[in-house]
Design a binder for this molecule. Structure first.
Ligand code: PMP
Ligand code: GLU
Length: 401
């Protein structure tokens, strides 16, 4: 009898990936599913980036590269951080990884000792607490109240900090609620953090470009002169450049932590795929990169507004207006205790499962994000799909009465 490692038992499967896989399997079986599950742009990767990958292959960039990547990519990332974010990172303060997810995982592995506490505001992206568990850390969830737009307050943060706190995770604009802190709100959190110089902030800024209603994005580490030494800034190509499958993520931060991540990476994956490295650099430096991001952002903003308006018009559904990323996170708890075709809805999991089963709309239950009362809908899909899916949800809610 084979016995698996204990760590596998304490970790959950990724619900976001599971919902997408189920919806795709249903589609393959010929069912007309509307997929609001995947947090993945429906746009194609811009052509100039694909061309750069073809050129990299033709040039023979198919061999091992240095860990974690060619120097040119580190330079392009450092320059991007300097130019766009006002972050003074040098190339030796940059590392790359196999997507933003892998960067976060390596960073937790590089910093956490058993028992170290990690403060995670909820609702949170599903992978943070699981990665913390894998790295031996202890999750301290701090609830961002719906009434406060899902954002935590400086007082909540200060109260949650203990002598064991090692890391604070911040994700603005955020997954799963599309919530975003204003610069002033972030500064107030920064003022708490700088009183504790041994804490490292993981600022997950992968949705930085996707902000709406004129909201100003600011990088956390710019908010106090001490913060570049206390912050790891995470980003990736997945969302901004519609490059989810390419698996390119990157981190800037204190050299000692970056070196530690590289040491781990040299024994894990060596480096990111060779022929995606130069295209990843070109995406950041070619002006067409910024243009394609902006045209996607404009489209996402339209779709997000429309989805939010339609959700808000549904009876007994409340949805905070998303200000970033591409998610709406409505509260559907008014329907708990009701039944559709004999199936009783008890929480967001049974709501999402029954909606998929009976009305063929895929949404992600909020349970694994710390909110059993909410479901996540991605608006990274076309307007036609949004209307079709919302019509079906409307019909489903009528059945529940
Ligand atoms: N952080 C957040 C908040 C995310 O939503 C995701 C997933 N989209 C990631 C990190 C990881 O991104 P990647 O696909 O590059 O691994
Ligand atoms: N992060 C995206 C999401 O939340 C992609 C899936 C995942 O990696 O979790 O849907």
């Amino acid at each position: 009898m084979i016995s698996l490692a204990e760590r596998v038992k304490v970790v959950a499967d990724s619900i976001t990936l599971a919902v997408s896989a189920k919806a795709n399997a249903m589609k393959k079986a010929g069912i007309d599913v509307v997929g609001f599950g995947a947090g993945e742009p429906d746009f194609d990767t811009p052509a100039f980036i694909k061309d750069a990958a073809k050129a990299a292959l033709d040039k023979g960039q198919t061999k091992y590269t240095p860990t974690p990547c060619f120097p040119e990519l580190k330079v392009a990332i450092a320059e991007k951080f300097n130019r766009e974010n006002g972050l003074p990172y040098r190339p030796d303060q940059i590392t790359t990884g196999t997507g933003g997810k892998h960067c976060l995982y390596m960073a937790f592995m590089a910093l956490l000792n058993p028992g170290d506490e990690v403060i995670i505001p909820s609702p949170y992206w599903v992978s943070y607490p699981e990665q913390v568990k894998l790295a031996g850390g202890v999750n301290k969830i701090v609830r961002g109240e719906e009434s406060n737009g899902f954002k935590i307050t400086p007082d909540q943060l200060a109260t949650a900090i203990t002598p064991k706190t090692k890391v604070v995770v911040l994700n603005s604009p955020g997954n799963p609620a599309g919530h975003a802190y204003t610069p002033a709100e972030l500064k107030a959190l920064a003022d708490v953090v700088v009183k504790h110089p041994s804490i490292v902030v993981f600022s997950d800024e992968i949705y930085e470009k996707l902000v709406y209603d004129g909201l100003q994005f600011v990088s956390f580490a710019t908010l106090h002169p001490q913060l570049p030494e206390q912050t790891l800034t995470f980003n990736c190509h997945s969302k901004s450049f519609a490059m989810t499958g390419w698996r390119v993520g990157y981190v800037g931060g204190p050299k000692a932590i970056i070196d530690a991540i590289n040491k781990l990476q040299s024994q894990m994956t060596s480096h990111i795929t060779s022929f995606v490295q130069m295209p990843a650099a070109i995406a950041l430096t070619d002006p067409r990169g910024a243009q394609s991001i902006e045209s996607m952002r404009v489209e996402f903003e339209k779709r997000g507004r429309h989805m939010w308006e339609r959700l808000s018009a549904l009876p007994n559904v409340y949805c905070v207006r998303p200000q970033g990323a591409f998610y709406c996170f409505p509260n559907v708890s008014a329907y708990f205790g009701k039944s559709a075709e004999g199936i009783k809805i008890t929480d967001a999991v049974s709501f999402a499962a029954t909606l998929l089963e009976q009305s063929h709309v895929a949404v992600v239950p909020g349970n694994d994000s710390g909110f059993e009362t909410h479901v996540r809908l991605s608006f990274a899909t076309g307007m036609g799909q949004i209307d079709k899916g919302l019509d079906r949800i409307e019909g489903f809610l009528k059945k529940l009465g």
